[in-house]
Write a protein that binds this ligand. Sequence first.
Ligand code: AMP
Length: 284
Amino acid sequence: MQTGTTISEVRNAIGLARSAAKKIGCVPTMGALHAGHLSLIEKAARHSDFVVVTIFVNPTQFGPDEDYDSYPRTLENDLQLCERAGANFVFHPQNETIYSDNPQLKLCVGELARRWEGDSRPGHFDGVATIVAKLFNIVQPNVAMFGQKDYQQLAIIKALCRDLNFPIEIVGCPTIREEDGLALSSRNAYLSPSERKQATVLYRALCLAEKLIQDDQLSLKQIRQKMLEVLVSEPDVVPEYATIVDPDDLQMLEQRQQKMVALIAAKVGETRLIDNREIFQTTS
Ligand code: AMP
């Protein structure tokens, strides 16, 4: 496995791979890698011939009061994990390599970026779309992997490729969870032992939503209320939203449909966590 911090290093390596007719796969990450990230890298290795993992804690997607400075940075360990998972190149640039001193352009995502996560984190998805577009221009992959864990982000990356004509196949990958259901996240490292136990409530609320939808007794509004009730049953959990939306435009649903997604964001102590679950209506 090769590594590099400059754009010319990664472009040279990819140029060689491409001239050998290799299909290029890309897995953008912010590092502090866990089994969720590794599942994306392994999938990229199955879908392509040359896997580029990017590790970059992107400052423009963090709000002023968010955890940019304290975000876990574990590069040495990440490189070992990437190699074992089948990466061919890890691109881990410095800020100065990615952003000029006085950048004049950035992407601005439409209404898909304003609800849910976008409402709680203004500007977040503009930062995500801008960095992903820049990484796509640097790597020019044929295929790129993103986790369903960040459901709204995945929807926005698909819109980015469609609306700006990036000829890149976007593959959504299932959420990898701990045995007790907690979705793996680099931010789980912030949780105290007591918060870690309480954090499973996000998954429990999602499973309850699925069961209640399939039981077909309550309205979606009542089910949203039940999700909130479960979340607040844990003393250190403060929900931000718990909702059921259309999988394409992420608009809140009032009526059931065949495919739905339950989305949750909640603070567990000081740590903000998100999770989601696709739900299929099985009864008529
Ligand atoms: P991040 O490092 O948090 O920016 O995440 C990099 C990629 O890994 C994104 O596409 C995430 O959606 C994905 N990811 C994060 N956590 C998980 C997980 N538990 N299961 C699957 N994919 C994940």
